[in-house]
Each structure stands twice: as C-alpha cells, then as structure tokens.
Design a protein around this ligand. Structure first.
Ligand SMILES: Nc1ncnc2c1ncn2[C@@H]1O[C@H](COP(=O)(O)OP(=O)(O)OP(=O)(O)O)[C@@H](O)[C@H]1O
Ligand SMILES: [Mg+2]
Length: 151
C-alpha cells in the first residue's frame, strides 16, 4: 500500500496500521515522520496489536527502545522494536542502542525521529508521514508518499 489516507480517529489509525502490518517482513525498517503529537506512537500501537506482540506500546519519555516479542509459536514477525530517537544526537548513539543487532536478528524496527539515525536508515525503509491541522481532526497519514505543498 502507498498513498495518502485520511484518518478521523485513533480507531482509523489502527485499521490503517493493521493493513500496513500485513506487508511487513523481518528486517524491515519503518520510519515514522511528523511533529510532536502527530500520531506516530498511536500508529505503532496499531502495528503491535496487528502483529500480536506483547507489552503496551507507550510514548517513551525516558525509554528510547522498547522490545515487543510475539507470543505465537511461529510468528511471522517475532520481534517489533519501537525506537524513539528524539533525544539522541546522531548515528553513533543510534548504533550504540543496537540498531544493527536488532536488524540481524530479524526484528522489524519502527522508528520515531529517524533523522537521528542518518545513514543507518536503509534505502529499502518504508516511510510513514503524519500530518494534522488544528485540533484532533483532519489528520492525514502518508505511506511511502511525500507531502507536496500543503497536502
Ligand atoms: N487519528 C487520530 N485521531 C485522533 N486523535 C489521535 C489520532 N492519532 C493520535 N491521536 C491522539 O493524539 C495524541 C498524540 O498521539 P501520539 O502520541 O501517537 O503522537 P506522537 O507523534 O507519537 O508524538 P511524540 O512525537 O510526542 O512521540 C494522543 O493523545 C493520541 O490519542
Ligand atoms: Mg511518540
């Protein structure tokens, strides 16, 4: 899936995340882009629910990495790793928290503030951008598709 999707509620964000989750494979990197409060963690919660991984997905204030393991016997995606790189300053910090290790173990990496990871982000990464206007309405999610002039 690719394109621009309008979401009017958290439930709609979760539905979209579930469709997106169907396409994920071990070793995928998903970059979540958008300003504070745009809905990145909410989308990650929807991914985690769809993949059946354990542990509540929270907005990590002090925690940069959260690991969510699947409890299924032979899961399609054994490990979802949620990273919030907001407080990190560059590639070296991101390497130090185990970026490459996670990928070599077949995790799916879901990354908020991926600009901190610089050149570690592979070309094959999926990009999901979050936009919202005033208030809670009028939210848009762009999947592998970039905003052009106010979209
Ligand atoms: N589609 C939506 N419709 C209505 N409210 C939403 C939607 N998506 C997210 N929200 C609400 O907006 C708030 C912020 O969302 P969220 O924590 O997902 O943002 P974030 O992009 O992860 O922020 P941060 O950059 O601070 O980590 C939450 O209260 C969430 O419930
Ligand atoms: Mg967040």
């Amino acid at each position: 899936m690719k394109g621009l999707f309008e979401v009017d509620s958290v439930e709609e964000t979760w539905e979209l995340a579930a469709r997106f989750a169907d396409e994920l494979r071990p070793g995928d990197v998903v970059c979540l882009e958008g300003e504070l409060g745009a809905g990145k963690t909410t989308f990650t919660q929807g991914l985690a629910a769809a993949l059946g991984v354990s542990g509540r997905v929270t907005s990590p204030t002090f925690c940069i990495v959260q690991e969510h393991r699947s409890s299924a016997a032979s899961p399609r995606i054994p490990l979802l790793v949620h990273m919030d790189l907001y407080r990190l300053s560059g590639e070296e910090d991101v390497e130090a928290i185990g970026w490459e290790d996670y990928l070599s173990r077949g995790a799916v990496l879901v990354v908020e503030w991926p600009d901190r990871a610089g050149g570690l982000v592979p070309e094959s990464a999926r990009h999901v951008s979050f936009l919202h206007g005033e208030g809670e309405e009028n939210r848009k999610i762009l999947i592998d598709f970039y905003a052009v002039d106010g979209v």
